[in-house]
Design a binder for this molecule. Structure first.
Ligand code: NDP
Length: 298
């Protein structure tokens, strides 16, 4: 079987056309979509993500500013900045780059972001709306996965989708989306984690398999059935002999599933570009909400 590579950039190009129209509409009203990003500590993968995000925002003429803190910053310092940003009209979205350094009160910090600026969709209010079937901000990676499935015409209706990983940022919102009575939902969804017994038995039953685990090459060819569509969310650094001394691999052993799967997202170049694209999408949405509220209040 020929396995199609589901390339994220092609999906992004299409979404960007729509985003550009919305951004120029906002510009005419004097609004430039703005994102405040808070980066605490020096995690190399987080730095790479923040740089890519800055470039993507610039390319689309959106505004972004990154607020840097040392690893030993205290929670109150961060919370006080978020409260200021909540009131600053220049920023329509606020992003807290995860993971936060060890001792920080992650939930308290994330919950301080005003839901109307929560472009990551991590606030319980927005997660609640998603579960309720009436989402406002959908977490970027799961939303990007839906866009990939839509673009490549991978139907979800009545399919058995298996998600490996139950994090609040990928696995759980992905479950909420695929199980909803939406056009790109209506799947029967199984969600797996470290306490799941006989993982292979379950992944072998997947029509759509989503791996969001953080374990290099966990899913191999013997764990997937013929014709499965695979979304590999994992981004893992493994050492090699290159100048960088590492390479990026997913949670799926790509070479091993080629010839078995109907399709698979490559790593890098699959889901990653969509995460940033959906962040811009949510920031533009927040700016449009802001612009319409401002219009109605004078
Ligand atoms: P988390 O560490 O928050 O969650 C990982 C999940 O995988 C947990 O639910 C964990 O189970 C489960 N898990 C871990 N090991 C196994 C195993 N051996 N078998 C079954 N389940 C397992 O990770 P994230 O969801 O934040 O990220 C997952 C991966 O996706 C990472 O590689 C991350 O870098 C990448 N990522 C990529 C993005 C992109 O844009 N492409 C965006 C976000 C993340 P349990 O709950 O029991 O611990």
């Amino acid at each position: 079987m020929e396995t199609q590579l589901l390339k994220g950039r092609e999906v992004v190009s299409q979404i960007n056309v729509e985003l550009r129209t919305k951004i120029s509409l906002l510009k005419k009203k004097g609004v430039v979509p703005g994102l405040a990003a808070i980066l605490i500590g020096s995690d190399p993968a987080s730095k790479v993500y923040i740089n890519s995000k800055e470039n993507a925002f610039k390319k689309l003429n959106c505004y972004t500013q990154t607020f840097l803190f040392n690893e030993d910053a205290d929670d109150d310092e961060i919370i006080s900045l978020i409260k200021k940003l909540n009131k600053n009209d220049k920023f329509h979205g606020i992003l807290i780059q995860l993971p936060l350094p060890g001792k920080m009160a992650v939930k308290k910090i994330l919950h301080t972001v005003e839901p109307s600026k929560d472009v990551d969709g991590f606030h319980p209010y927005n997660l609640g709306l998603l579960l309720d079937g009436d989402p406002n901000f959908i977490p970027c990676t799961p939303n990007g996965i839906i866009e990939i499935l839509k673009f490549y015409k991978i139907d979800t209706l009545g399919k058995h989708a298996v998600i490996v990983g139950r994090s609040n940022i990928v696995g759980k919102p992905m479950f909420a989306l695929l199980s909803q009575n939406f056009k790109m939902g209506n799947s029967t969804v199984t969600i797996c984690h470290t306490k799941t017994k006989n993982l292979k038995e379950i992944t072998l039953k997947a029509d759509i398999l989503i791996a969001a685990v953080g374990v290099p090459n966990l899913i191999n060819g013997s764990m997937v059935k013929k014709g499965v569509d695979i979304i590999d969310v994992g981004i893992n650094r493994v050492s090699d002999n290159s100048i960088k001394k590492y390479k990026l691999v997913g949670d799926v052993f790509t070479e091993d599933v080629i010839g078995i799967a109907n399709s698979v997202t490559p790593v890098p170049g699959g889901v990653g570009p969509l995460t940033i694209c959906m962040l811009i999408h949510n920031t533009v949405k927040a700016a449009l909400n802001f612009s319409s509220t401002r219009g109605s209040t004078g």
